[in-house]
Design a protein around this ligand. Structure first.
Ligand code: ZN
Ligand code: ZN
Ligand code: ZN
Length: 148
């Protein structure tokens, strides 16, 4: 289950998917696609305002993000600092991140590490897991090298 940027865009650029979206959603989706970093609503707002002063306001951006998340086109990521970040994903899929505490860069994992654990838990406890959150915090290889 590899999530490459190329196939993500192919789905999101699909005219049929796009034509069902509100204008706000399309603008926000485009802004997220152009950035390969996790972006907060504020980041998106700032970036859009920088290009075009008549771009949507913060409320519209929040609303559009919620809509895109509920459609499965965008995933929300909680890095534990109280501000949600967003990114484009293959519809219905999700992935996790390695977040460097030094340079704040996040590495996108191409695989969900939790699925095996979920089935083990289901076997042991009979518990049906519907969702999970997993972001891993530490120091990236680059920062670690500079540290020496
Ligand atoms: Zn780093
Ligand atoms: Zn990601
Ligand atoms: Zn997962």
């Amino acid at each position: 289950m590899n999530t490459t940027m190329a196939n993500v865009s192919a789905v999101q650029k699909n005219p049929k998917v796009r034509s069902n979206l509100t204008k706000g959603c399309r603008i926000v989706l485009d802004a997220l696609e152009q950035s390969h970093e996790l972006s907060s609503a504020q980041d998106i707002y700032g970036r859009l305002r920088f290009i075009d002063e008549s771009s949507p306001g913060l409320t519209t951006i929040y609303r559009s993000l919620e809509m895109l998340v509920s459609l499965g086109l965008v995933q929300a990521v909680d890095l534990g600092d109280g501000e949600k970040r967003y990114e484009v994903v293959t519809p219905g899929e999700h992935h996790h991140h390695l977040v460097c505490g030094n340079c704040k860069k996040s590495t996108h994992l191409d695989q969900c590490l939790v699925e095996d654990i979920e089935s083990a838990i289901h076997k042991k406890y009979g518990f049906v897991i519907q969702s999970h959150v997993l972001e891993l915090f530490g120091i990236c290889a680059e920062c670690k090298t500079q540290d020496k």
